[in-house]
Ligand binder design. Structure first.
Ligand SMILES: C=C(O[C@H]1C=CC=C(C(=O)O)[C@@H]1O)C(=O)O
Length: 377
């Protein structure tokens, strides 16, 4: 029985993997951009030859794929039982409400100017909120809380190079490769869920008929299809998106499936499409520049990818969303929203607040929190 540790890598997808210890780490200079996919595969094959045992790589690819990914080959890999989350237990403290963020609304206004000027069609702008606990946050308990709150999401616990741990439950699968089969589940278009069942149904219906959300979603799916096209022999994309439940939110989602050309790996697919328009925008290069210009800090691992790959190229990579980056007793939560012509800054601010609350709720399940500014952090 493995004792869970904050140094473990956990990814709760179809294989529910926990990686413990470190057999190797892909050198940072080999872990930048799409070449990292081949470098990771070569490392796995070399280690399997040396050790005579199957190996896989787990880790995080940052939002900016040009900065080094943290890809670790664990010493041991076990199958994670269903986490024993704090379901049914009252939260230890109420989650603090995310602070009002006038700078975010101003950034949305600036993005709308760029959209009106015609340089950009869609950009996803994010904001962050910092919270503090009285004692170091138990990241394993936090993973269990995330998994209990959103059991259908991809739970993850990924240690980062700077000693922090990114923990969350992502609703969005970017690439799942099994043999030649590839699947992706892009999400874009969001409505906050309501406590009252009738209001919740109305929010769902409004999302299903919202032209703005359908356009936002169509941009994402079209970009993904064009980025993945060189890697597949066949791609199936349903004509209309479906409603997806993700904790406090409804999303529009499309289940894409296809057949890969022989030799294409899960990391090849991940790097070919990342960052998708669910976290960046269209055109991608201009949207990424606008994100850098308008957001106050680098995103780091948030809105990057988390997952695993084995030496046959099978693997799963999900977007690092609905998560917290934990450093000792501090946690930073992020959330973004897709901006396009007609977006309302106040509505996008409210949407990011609802997304931030998913992570704040899970944090409040495991510790008492205060907004960082209250304790002068
Ligand atoms: C960028 C985030 O969500 C993305 C995923 C689903 C729906 C989204 C939207 O409707 O804007 C976002 O593109 C986030 O949660 O921080």
């Amino acid at each position: 029985m493995t004792t869970p540790s904050r140094d473990d890598h956990v990814f709760l997808g179809r294989r529910r993997l926990r990686g413990s210890g470190r057999r190797a780490v892909l050198a940072p200079d080999l872990a930048c951009g799409p070449a990292a996919a081949a470098a990771a595969l070569a490392l796995l094959r070399e280690l399997e030859q040396a050790d005579g045992a199957p190996r896989l790589v787990m880790g995080s690819i940052p939002f900016d794929p040009g900065t080094p990914a943290r890809l670790v080959v664990p010493e041991r890999v076990s199958r994670e039982p269903w986490p024993d989350g704090p379901t049914g237990r009252p939260a230890r403290g109420a989650a603090p409400a995310p602070a009002d963020d006038p700078a975010y609304r101003a950034a949305v206004e600036q993005a709308l100017d760029a959209i009106e000027a015609g340089t950009i069609r869609k950009v996803v702008l994010a904001r962050a909120f910092d919270v503090r606990a009285a004692a170091p946050i138990d990241t394993e308990a936090l993973l269990a809380a995330f998994a209990a709150r959103t059991p259908t999401a991809y739970g993850f616990h990924i240690p980062l190079a700077d000693g922090s741990v990114i923990v969350g439950a992502s609703p969005e699968l970017v690439a799942d490769v099994e043999g030649l089969a590839v699947r992706s589940h892009p999400l874009a278009g969001t409505a906050a869920r309501r406590a009252d069942p009738a209001e919740d149904r109305a929010a769902r219906e409004a999302l299903l008929t919202s032209g703005k959300d359908h356009e936002e979603h169509a941009i994402l799916v079209a970009g993904l299809a064009s980025d993945v096209a060189p890697l597949v022999t066949d791609l199936h994309i349903p004509a209309t998106p479906a409603i997806v439940e993700a904790g406090r939110l409804w999303h529009l989602g499309t289940r894409v499936s296809g057949r890969l050309r022989p030799g294409v790996t899960a990391l090849d697919v991940a790097y070919a499409v990342h960052p998708t328009a669910a976290v960046c925008g269209v055109p991608a290069h201009e949207a990424a520049s606008l994100v850098r210009a308008l957001e106050p800090e680098e995103r780091g691992a948030y809105a990057g990818l988390v997952g695993w790959m084995d030496s046959s190229g099978d693997g799963e990579w999900a977007l690092a969303l609905r998560c917290a980056t934990v450093t000792g007793a501090s946690a930073r939560v992020h959330a973004g929203a897709g901006i396009l012509a007609g977006s309302d800054p106040a509505a996008e601010h409210a949407e990011t607040a609802a997304k931030l609350r998913t992570a704040l709720d899970a944090l409040a399940d495991v510790t008492e929190l205060s907004p960082a500014w209250l304790v002068g952090a």
